[in-house]
Design a protein around this ligand. Structure first.
Ligand code: BTN
Length: 234
């Protein structure tokens, strides 16, 4: 049972058994301060039109709605979730791969999909908590909190920790703007200073993160800002 007392961002919690996508549900509901969680997603959405594998009962599938969509919400969410997951891991550091994949020891433990419609932002977060098996196409790139810690975690406890982390980081963003979020991203981001391939295969070197939240990459001696997409280690 989630305790909403003391949480500034969440006004209402709807717990679903099965849903196509918590993001779809939240965007259709179209009101801020809504937390949607589901035991299972039948058509979980990933970034770049991908699907998010969402088997029942093992993981967190959640969407939180906020007012006034802002492109930097995705980065605030990533920084918040990374901090919470690192806290749960007892010494193993989770890192952020731009824009907001959370990786542990190089494998993805969490994906974040931020969508917006009609003045409402939907922050969709999928955390692999107790899952230990994946289809062939994911089994070399995914991990879970259970695999790393060697123990099963209570989903409600992980969710409660995530909500407090989101509250903390969004309050900080509201009061101090992007600098603390950017600093946390640069401290805990993956690939800073290293060679990467852009989505079209072009090689580059990661320089940092702009004030707008774009990834700054050096390509052929020129600084380029990457607004969307993915990068992979070269
Ligand atoms: C990614 O591609 O890495 C983003 C995955 C986001 C998955 C979460 S699970 C809860 C929420 N509902 C969705 O349909 N997607 C997000």
């Amino acid at each position: 049972m989630i305790d909403l007392a003391g949480l500034k961002l969440v006004k209402e919690h709807i717990e679903l058994d099965a849903v196509d996508s918590t993001n779809r549900y939240a965007l259709d509901a179209a009101r801020p301060g809504l937390l949607i969680t589901a035991r299972e997603q039948i058509a979980g959405r990933g970034r770049q039109g991908r699907t998010w594998f969402s088997p029942p009962g093992e993981n967190i599938y959640m969407t939180l709605t906020l007012q006034n969509p802002d492109p930097r919400f995705c980065l605030v969410t990533g920084v918040a979730v990374r901090a919470v997951l690192t806290g749960l891991l007892g010494g193993v550091e989770a890192r952020i791969k731009w824009p907001n994949d959370i990786l542990i020891l190089g494998r993805k433990v969490c994906g974040i999909l931020c969508e917006a419609r009609g003045g409402i932002a939907a922050l969709g977060i999928g955390v692999n908590v107790n899952q230990t098996e994946w289809p062939d196409e994911l089994k070399h790139s995914a991990t879970s909190l259970k695999i790393i810690t060697g123990r099963k975690l209570a989903l409600d406890e992980v969710l409660q920790a995530l909500l407090h982390g989101l509250d903390y980081w969004f309050a900080l963003y509201q009061s101090q703007g992007f600098p603390p979020v950017r600093a946390a991203f640069l401290e805990h981001g993956l690939y800073q200073g290293s060679q990467v391939l852009l989505q079209d295969g072009t090689p580059g070197v990661i320089l940092g993160l702009s004030q707008e939240g774009y990834l700054e990459v050096e390509v052929d001696g020129q600084r380029r800002s990457i607004v969307s997409g993915d990068v992979v280690a070269a």
